[in-house]
Write a protein that binds this ligand. Sequence first.
Ligand SMILES: [Zn+2]
Length: 369
Amino acid sequence: MYRGSTTSHLTPNGSRRLRTIVLALACCLVTGATGAQQAGGAQQAGGAQQGAGGSSPLRVVATVGMIGDVASEVGGDCVAVDVLMGPGSDPHLYRASAGDITALRNARLILFGGLGLEGQLGQVLAGLSGSIRSVAVSELAVEEDRRLASTVGYAYDPHVWLDVAQWADAALVIGSALAEDPAMSAECAAAIRERADAYHLLLDELDDWARRSLATVPEATRVLVTAHDAFEYFGRAYGIDVVGVQGISTETEAAVADIRRVADLVVERGLPTVFVESTINPRTLQAVIDGVRQRGGTVGLGSQLYADSLGAAGTPHGTYVGMVLHDVSVITSELGGSVPGLPDSASTWLSTWYPDGDPVLRLASAGER
Ligand SMILES: [Zn+2]
């Protein structure tokens, strides 16, 4: 089921019953932990006191929020997670700061996506992997034959979290990486495996919900136009054609020919909406909208989607589950479909973030822009 050697003993337990999912919603951006061990960072990986006896949480650094949020959910009090790339950061363009290097050197465990996601930071991670335990979450969660090819630069498309079933497997990879750490207490390890199984189940049910939701979009308009090609896995999983104006990475500017090609398609299919991602400058999409107008058509700019970064910490969209609910809801409703009710396993998340009112309608509403 999984490849790779860094994390070898994954124990997905599909037969377990649904558990109450207690979401640890505290956001754990540790910024004060960087001063103590600057010079000796490479040696600290063996630091025996971290997590030993279950007393202090395991210090984890995640590159992106999609990984960091799952590590926090699954790790609970047994981990302290620091996320390098905050809300709105574009991983393709990200450059490590001096503070990032220090945080990485002081980590007990580094969780990153791999598949080229981290761009330049990937070289830094490779340099540290000999001295600090490092786990490439996406590479372990998605076998080679399930990976989509990249058209620009990378060997594979790195946006694997936009297929929710794939990220459910990633949650198990993350859970195992945490539970198997030599410094993790047995008690914590067992609790982490339980939470990872429950979270895996939640995501599997959300995957099913997403498929049912997008199936309600009329065939003619089942085309997702976005600024860059982040949604290929999403399209494959949920049966929607995906057109990115800018290619898989954001490192290249969209060419005029690409903008024309997409404007032609929007007019041809009569698409009501094109979408922009939270990390991307909307001017590319504005050029498409202008192009459609010049062709005598009209198209709207849809709600902002979360593709390469979660929303602000402390908000529903600052969680991976919130990212999924938001993206699926707005894509479905703004392309003419109707969003079905959420699965029971999402109820804890919903009551935490939306204690009153109808959360699904709120997520789907235009006010979310
Ligand atoms: Zn991207």
